[in-house]
Design a binder for this molecule. Structure first.
Ligand code: FNR
Length: 364
């Protein structure tokens, strides 16, 4: 099946599922326990309705925006997801190539199947990356990685993931065999193999606000975005750590960590209600369950500046390599544009609460 015949992101998941091993599928698909949060991530968007306005010239419409002051062509970015080479040999570098052609930002996983140097090697001059960090129990290992990342000018920030002090219970992975050991055999070069094992085995569960951020400040001047924020309280505390902390990513790790934790839409609504100033102080991004342009628009209306996709680029890559990821991003971008035009909006910054009815979602 050629990828240009696929029409939406779900069709990419379907095709990828047929193409990759059961083990690889399980690793990408799986989520914690009963997958209630994973399901809710997509379902919550259905409980928000759009409010289109008419008689507004929408001949022109573009998705240009800035993420942490970096110009990008899309408010949609690629969330950090481990092990892209499980699905296709071009791996994270293939995703980078697709992002470059679309002007999209990519966050590289700490547990990527290629080194950050390899992933940014063919970056175009204006291409923007973040690098995601899991702090290792042996801090010297994380420090060595951060030192390497500091030298890569395409990498503009560090996304520190906080929602996984321990791994959630993922039964699909248990059922089909844990891929982690196998992955380390596929990965290269040698130094990476060791890092990979540690990235999974050595996540430090003892992190705390002041100590960990002070430690990180000692090792990098890059701005920090805290990933895995799930309450308005933590979004507010994060905003107190400006200017080092420049943003938060509202995320439940695609439902892979704590089942029945809230979808980012709920957290966006909480922040609007209890501490709306947070939106002015730091950038609020979100991910989880975004599969349609209408989902992207709804998140933007609620105050998100960036909207991340985790599984879709992996399915896109597994289904059709670099072209599969390009088409995945293109479909989502086109759907987002169509939605904006039908709402009577020409630019991303114009989207706001006036364009949605979130009463049903607020009741949840
Ligand atoms: C992830 N995610 C993730 N997050 C992170 O901070 N570091 C990582 O290494 C990974 N690895 C990873 C692997 C796989 C296979 C998946 C599916 C997810 C979480 C990811 O960044 C993001 O939060 C979610 O995937 C978003 O949800 P959707 O778009 O997959 O529904």
């Amino acid at each position: 099946v050629p990828v240009h015949t696929l029409l939406n992101l779900d069709e990419f998941e379907e095709l990828a599922t047929k193409k990759i091993s059961k083990k690889a599928w399980a690793y990408y698909y799986s989520a914690a326990d009963d997958k209630i949060t994973k399901r809710l991530n997509t379902e919550v968007f259905r409980s928000i309705l759009l409010r289109p306005r008419v008689f507004i010239d929408c001949t022109e419409c573009n998705l240009d925006t800035a993420l942490l002051e970096n110009q990008v062509s899309l408010p949609i970015y690629v969330s950090p997801a481990a092990q892209a080479r499980l699905g296709h040999p071009s791996g994270e570098a293939g995703i980078a190539e697709a992002c470059s052609s679309m002007g999209a930002l990519q966050i590289i996983s700490n547990s990527a199947s290629m080194t950050p140097e390899q992933i940014v090697a063919n970056a175009t001059p204006d291409q923007v990356f973040g690098w995601q960090l899991y702090v290792n129990e042996d801090r010297s290992k994380s420090e060595a990685m951060i030192a390497r990342v500091n030298k890569l000018h395409a990498i503009k920030f560090i996304a520190l993931t906080l929602d996984t002090p321990v791994m959630g219970k993922r039964e699909d992975d248990q059922r089909f065999g844990n891929v982690i050991d196998e992955l380390t055999e596929q990965s290269s070069p040698e130094s990476f193999k060791n890092r990979e094992k540690q990235a999974f085995a050595g996540m430090d569960p003892s992190l705390t606000w002041t100590e960990t951020l002070a430690w990180l400040a000692k090792h990098t001047a890059l701005p920090v975005v805290l990933k895995g924020i799930q309450t308005h309280e933590d979004a507010y505390i994060a905003s107190l750590y400006r200017p080092q902390v420049k943003g938060v990513i509202l995320s439940n790790h695609g439902g892979r960590s704590l089942d029945t934790s809230p979808p980012a839409v709920h957290t966006l609504l909480e922040i609007r209600k209890y501490c709306p100033d947070v939106f002015d102080k730091i950038e609020v991004w979100m991910d989880g369950g975004v599969r349609r342009g209408t989902d992207v628009v709804k998140a933007l209306c609620l105050g998100a500046k960036g909207v991340g996709i985790g599984r879709p680029p992996l399915w896109g890559l597994a289904a059709g390599g670099v072209d599969g990821v390009k088409r995945t991003l293109q479909i989502l971008a086109d759907e987002t544009k169509t939605c904006m035009r039908l709402l009577g909006v020409q630019r991303v910054e114009q989207l706001g609460m006036q364009h949605i009815n979130s009463r049903l979602a607020e009741g949840q």
